[in-house]
Design a protein around this ligand. Structure first.
Ligand code: AMP
Length: 275
């Protein structure tokens, strides 16, 4: 992959890369479509990265419908699919890991120790193998966007990080490869995440700027849904991930819940989305 990517760059082509774990849906499509519109070459990586899964997480059972994914990406007109085996990314002699620093200790990182070290390690390697001018990530995983931007700044990587809005089902549930795990009852409850976020975002638009009250509104809505356990509800600054004294446009309200053993996340950028 790297030789091909270097040849494209030498020929003057910009490369857009879309890193994914496969099991592609319309959310991924929107990243690819954006990349297609901004670059001469588009590479989609499909790699279920063992380093970003905890010991009790779903690495083994994560869906891997590669043939379907390939057909989907061919229809979208990508130039290359990079689908390496685990030992190509992590050969036996592999030793180095990226330490993501303190922004990885909160929110997702607090609930999933080691997750962002795994993410940033693979992202750094994938960037080197695919030589992108631009890399596309979903706003759904907004802490991931913040941390990848930090990686790019800290290590001086010549890559522009593009954050793409979350694509949702008609009932508001954010599309996710993990939604296939939901049983019918859980699937019915799952849109509560976005309803809770929207309720708080509306309150912000109506003038509420107290972070604890905004969190409380979302938490209250989630608590009313039986069978849904809240992991966190956090109103944070979109860059520092700490709680501001007052919510401002651009503050992010992020939630994570568990439906049985299935963990779902979502977020809203205050003042940015149509409500
Ligand atoms: P994944 O395959 O889940 O690792 O996701 C690959 C990329 O797609 C990440 O940058 C995600 O944030 C992004 N993504 C996942 N779901 C969505 C969605 N519903 N809308 C937009 N982007 C998404």
């Amino acid at each position: 992959m790297q030789e091909q990517a270097i040849a494209w760059r030498h020929a003057g082509d910009d490369i857009g890369v879309v890193p994914t774990m496969g099991a592609l849906h319309a959310g991924h499509d929107s990243l690819v479509t954006r990349a297609r519109s901004e670059n001469q070459r588009v590479i989609v990586t499909i790699f279920v990265n063992p380093a970003q899964f905890g010991p009790n997480e779903d690495f083994e059972r994560y869906p891997r419908p590669f043939d379907q994914d390939r057909a989907r990406l061919e229809a979208l007109g990508v130039d290359a699919i990079f689908h390496p085996p685990v030992d190509q990314i992590y050969p036996p002699a592999f030793k180095t890991r990226v330490d993501p620093g303190p922004l990885a200790d909160v929110l997702e990182g607090k609930s999933r120790p080691g997750h962002f070290a795994g993410v940033l390690t693979v992202v750094l390697k994938l960037f080197n193998l695919t030589q992108p001018k631009r890399a596309y990530f979903g706003q759904k995983d907004f802490q991931q966007v913040v941390l990848v931007r930090q990686l790019v700044r800290d290590f001086g990587l010549p890559v522009r990080i593009v954050a793409v809005p979350t694509v949702r089902h008609p009932d508001g549930l954010a599309m996710s490869s993990r939604n296939v795990y939901l049983d019918p009852g859980q699937r019915q409850l799952a849109p509560t995440l976005q309803q809770a976020l929207t309720e708080a975002a509306r309150a912000f638009t109506a003038g509420e700027t107290d972070p604890l009250r905004l969190e409380g509104l979302a938490r209250g809505r989630l608590a009313a849904a039986q069978g849904l356990a809240v992991d966190y509800v956090a109103l944070v600054d979109g860059a520092t991930l700490s709680r501001p004294e007052r919510a401002i446009p651009g503050s992010v309200l992020a939630v994570a819940v568990k439906l049985g053993s299935i963990r779902l996340i979502d977020n809203v950028v205050l003042g940015a989305e149509r409500l």
